[in-house]
Design a protein around this ligand. Sequence first.
Ligand code: PEP
Length: 257
Amino acid sequence: GGGRRTLIAGNWKMHMTHLEAIGLVQKLAFTVRGPVLDTVELVVLPPFTALRSVQTLVTGDKLTVGFGAQDLSAHDSGAYTGEVSGGMLAALACQYVTVGHSERRALHAEDDAVVASKARAALRHGVTPIVCVGEGLDTRKAGEHVAYCTTQLDASLDGLSAEQVAGLVIAYEPVWAIGTGEVATPEDAQEVCGALRARLAERFGDETAASVRILYGGSVKAASTAGILAGPDIDGALVGGASLDADEFAQICRIAA
Ligand code: PEP
């Protein structure tokens, strides 16, 4: 909604070798073509080890698939064994990087302060963060999901200017919907995405809030895409499992257009 370009991003998680990635991106690029891409921005988020292959493929063959990474270090360089910096992602022409995915928060103890510092690191290198927030099942059952998500958003954007926030992507991903097959209802997804935009407006101004793209993520499939995207504050989807199937992901993109 709001004149914002629809973004459909595929989070591959820890799937696909670099060779498998080439096959999937090729299939995707040749399945999603033409006018769909006038209205939908199609992005894949492969593991680090596949980024170079994807970059070479989309650049060499001029494929209209964007790409990015699933995480980055909060630091720019140094003694951080096993980490990957924003500068390294920028050098590979990554346009996006997810920060604060619920699996990183849960399995790698990333708190909001870490997420915010990763968002700032990405921005330092011109890579657009996709900042993920979302409540767990207990919070949802207690009816505290809106307050929880707006608070999490606030803390995850700590230290960012309105100008930086204007270019961000936010993803609302209720933890109970990720990988569970239990997609949020369109009403539930819009309730939180609307509240997130309202909070952005309160803190950074209406104009900034209106330019931020807010995605929904959590068990999105082709069958649930139209309902989810009908929400006026929902500008796309972050898709996990279904993004590994080129036909299903392509269908999601077509429906989103
Ligand atoms: C995700 O990992 O961001 C996600 C939304 O996964 P899934 O679509 O598989 O629930």
